[in-house]
Design a protein around this ligand. Structure first.
Ligand code: GAL
Length: 657
């Protein structure tokens, strides 16, 4: 892992890929620890993440710290040549703490205070939690800041994972402070929230509540602001810990593990505060689309770090334990998905966890060293992967360049999936539909925020980017003026950042860019309970055939219609339009065509966007990083790609290529 840090010397920089996992030695008697180090070496492990859930063992009673066992663990790992990603252990407060201070426990929107006995049971805005967590972080950093095995700090764990938002009185007070800082006065809040509607006007900030359980639809902007506030509250948890670590060990990189496309947290605001991005990703081996979604997540992680290498911090070697049915990964699949992460910019792949637990809630979750021990398929695959990753060490630090960007915007995600909309849509499903078309063409994609720097891209896709501020509208309009190709799907540019409608045909300043106005939304009906026939949408022209999910009345101004709706009330109206504006083009797609292939072909034509392979091969992914071409077969049958035979769930990493 190469981390651009002020004080890091060349020799401090790790020049191997991270490979290892969460290591929870407290679950085992100390004689097992020797075997752990021996087997880690056999498996090619380079890094272990230690201490994630160790608070109760490190501080068994208020202020009584017991570090001897952790000294021993870190020393053994160091002696074995294994680096340590040391957690701050703040993820799960011990029972003594929350029993003495129940105010630490989170409260749900229905007013239920959650209990101890699981994990991650704390409210991010709790001052008591903060006080205890700060003391622990400081104690750990003071003790281990100079330890020779220390590679990085791992703040907390999966911030916001189980408790997305807290609705306690303490959070209500923090929410009010956050609103005051955003709006200045309550009149501005009333205006932004549109409280003239339904008699919601507030006389002072003291009257404002978190959006707790209420009779019917809550104020949409209140919901959105609470989503933003809650994401920021988790950022404050990260910041508080990172501040202490940076004060005591300014040269040690700091990260926290993200959870991919995780709705509760706007990672665009969190990522710049991490020295390197890291991510936890658990594919469902039973889901045929899992590999595409995994690729999309890897691309988001690289993009969050502005193209810098990132770490896949957790994945499972085989089954997890938290789905209703937990499919095992067939032989090869774990390797292919690990190589996929490296191909898409990861400088390491880690797993949860090193040794499979014998007790506790995760005993049926797979690990690098399974219940069966070293004489097992999983351990053999673990060791083989370690050996293979060692051969890719020269990729450490190398970056990838994409010419296509897909917009990803948490405000739009939160807004689009609120209740009281024309239809309940899935933001991720819409993004994935577009992403998949680029993926199958082996075209590398970055993600960007709507107001991000788009100057390096030839093509930008805006899938259902519902919320666009004036600045973002101008950013996209400028991208097209300067020669870019912009594609927007339905539900782009409908609302501003206060969730006020962009009146007069939606799209705001982009109306001119697209050369259209939108008059009305007409999402098709879902099958009714009576099972009666549902009229399907159909389109003609570019992308002829069935369409689904969305229809609308589009009026062209300067745009040309490349496809039209056929039949029903939309008959003959534009379904796909293209407009030339300045030096670029702006495409608008008013529905979800079953087949997007011809649309994406037409968009890419003449843009100079390159693919890692010239043609799609069913189920095969191709990515170039550095001088390697990664050919990944996600199917359960052998295939031929670029002159290489790939086994079922097999891969080839070709130098040059
Ligand atoms: C993650 C978590 C790990 C482990 C894993 C199981 O959410 O960080 O501690 O629980 O899931 O899949």
């Amino acid at each position: 892992m190469l981390v651009a840090l002020g004080g890091a010397d060349e020799e401090d920089v790790m020049d191997r890929l991270w490979y290892g996992g969460d290591y929870n030695p407290e679950q085992w008697p100390s004689p097992v620890w020797d075997e752990d180090v021996r087997l880690m070496q056999r498996a090619g492990v380079t890094v272990a993440t230690v201490g994630v859930f160790s608070w109760a063992k490190l501080e068994p009673a208020d202020g009584r710290f017991e570090f001897d066992w952790l000294d021993d663990v870190l020393d053994r790992l160091h002696a074995g040549g294994i680096r340590v990603d040391l957690a701050t252990a703040t993820a799960s407060p011990p029972p003594w703490l929350v029993l003495a201070h129940p105010d630490v426990l989170p409260v749900t929107e229905d007013g239920v205070r959650l209990s101890v006995g699981s994990r991650q049971h704390y409210n991010p805005s709790s001052a008591t939690y903060r006080r205890y967590a700060d003391r622990l972080v400081r104690a750990i950093a003071e003790r281990y800041g100079e330890h020779p095995a220390l590679e990085a700090w791992h703040v907390n764990n999966e911030l916001g994972c189980h408790v997305h938002r807290d609705y306690s009185d303490e959070s209500a007070a923090a929410f009010r402070r956050w609103l005051e800082a955003r709006y200045g006065g309550v009149e501005a809040l009333n205006e932004a929230w549109g409280t003239a509607f339904w008699s919601q006007a507030y006389g002072s900030f003291d009257e404002v509540m978190p959006p707790r359980a209420a009779p019917t639809f809550r104020n949409p902007t209140q919901l959105l602001d609470f989503d933003r506030f809650s994401s920021d509250a988790w950022l404050e948890v990260y910041r508080a810990e990172a501040r202490i670590l940076r004060e005591l060990t300014p040269d040690v990189p700091v990260t926290t593990n993200f959870m991919g496309f995780f709705k509760p947290i706007d990672y665009w605001s969190h990522a710049p505060e991490l020295d390197f991005v890291s991510d936890d990703h658990y594919v469902d081996p039973a889901d045929p689309a899992a590999a595409v979604f995994a690729a999309m997540t890897r691309d988001l992680m690289r993009s969050l770090g502005s193209g810098r290498p990132w770490i896949l911090m957790e994945q499972s070697t085989s089954a997890v334990n938290w789905r209703p049915r937990n499919a095992a990964k067939p032989p090869g699949m774990h390797r292919v998905l690990s190589l996929q992460a490296v191909a898409r910019g990861a400088d390491g792949v880690m797993q949860f966890q090193w040794r499979q637990s014998a007790a506790g809630a995760e005993k049926f979750h797979s690990a690098m060293l399974p219940h069966a021990g070293e004489d097992s398929r999983i351990f053999r695959e673990t060791a083989a992967l370690g050996e293979e990753l060692a051969t890719l060490a020269d990729l450490v630090g190398t970056r990838l360049t994409a010419k296509v960007a897909v917009l990803f915007d948490w405000d739009s995600w939160w807004a689009l999936e609120q209740p009281a909309t024309p239809a309940q849509l899935s933001y991720l499903a819409i993004v994935l539909r577009w992403y998949r078309e680029l993926w199958r063409r082996h075209v590398l994609v970055d993600f960007s925020r709507p107001d991000g720097d788009l100057s390096g891209y030839a093509v930008v896709i805006a899938p259902a980017t519902q919320v666009l501020s004036a600045g973002a509208q101008e950013n996209l309009a400028g991208f097209v003026r300067n020669g870019g190709h912009l594609v927007a799907s339905y539900q782009t540019g409908v609302l501003d950042e206060r969730l006020h409608v962009l009146l007069g045909g939606y799209l705001g300043a982009l109306r001119e860019t697209f050369g259209i106005r939108i008059e009305e939304f007409t999402p098709p009906a879902e099958p009714s309970m009576s099972g009666g026939p549902v009229p399907a949408l159909a389109i003609e022209g570019l992308a002829a055939g069935r369409a689904s999910e969305w229809g609308e009345i589009v009026r062209t101004d300067t745009a040309e219609a490349l496809a039209t709706f056929s039949g029903g009330m939309l008959d003959g109206l534009p379904a796909i339009t293209r407009n030339r504006a300045g030096d670029g083009t702006a495409w608008y797609v008013a529905t979800a065509p079953d087949d997007l292939r011809t649309v994406v072909d037409a968009v890419l034509e003449g843009t100079g966007v390159e693919a890692a392979l010239p043609h799609p091969v069913d189920g095969v992914e191709a990515v170039r990083r550095g001088d390697r071409l990664f050919l990944l077969n996600h199917t359960d049958r052998p295939v031929e790609a670029a002159g290489h035979r790939l086994d079922a769930h097999g891969a080839a990493v070709v130098t040059g290529g």
